[in-house]
Design a protein. Structure first.
Length: 118
């Protein structure tokens, strides 16, 4: 019985890895050698875990911005209300290596306050 449980557990590991990788892009998906800084109005925000998302309109293009987990943002003083649609934010981020319209925010400035997200 013990051998069967170990075999089942070992078989399940490869199945769960791709699902978690699909839902949460890792750091290697972004190019840290090419930091970018943009200022743009917020189009949409999703305040959720494992990380929040924000979409901004930058130079006429909709850009997807991966933020930090809610607990980290709140602990560092960034409340949900600060990321209201229509507000202008400055984002310092790393661009995606796979999608030109995506970035991972390292810090965000809103209402004159800069918050480190990583």
């Amino acid at each position: 019985m013990r051998v069967m449980l170990l075999a089942l557990a070992a078989a399940a590991i490869p199945l769960s890895a791709p699902l978690s990788a699909y839902g949460h892009p890792g750091g290697s998906s972004y190019d840290a050698s090419k930091p970018i800084k943009i200022t743009a109005p917020i189009d949409e925000v999703t305040w959720s875990n494992p990380h929040s998302m924000m979409w901004v309109n930058h130079e006429g293009k909709r850009t997807e911005v991966y933020l930090a987990p809610i607990s980290r943002m709140v602990d560092r003083g960034l409340q949900k209300e600060a990321l209201a649609v229509g507000k202008t934010v400055t984002i310092e981020a790393y661009p995606s290596t796979a999608n030109a319209a995506e970035m991972r925010a390292e810090r965000i400035t809103v209402d004159g306050k800069t918050v480190e997200l990583r």
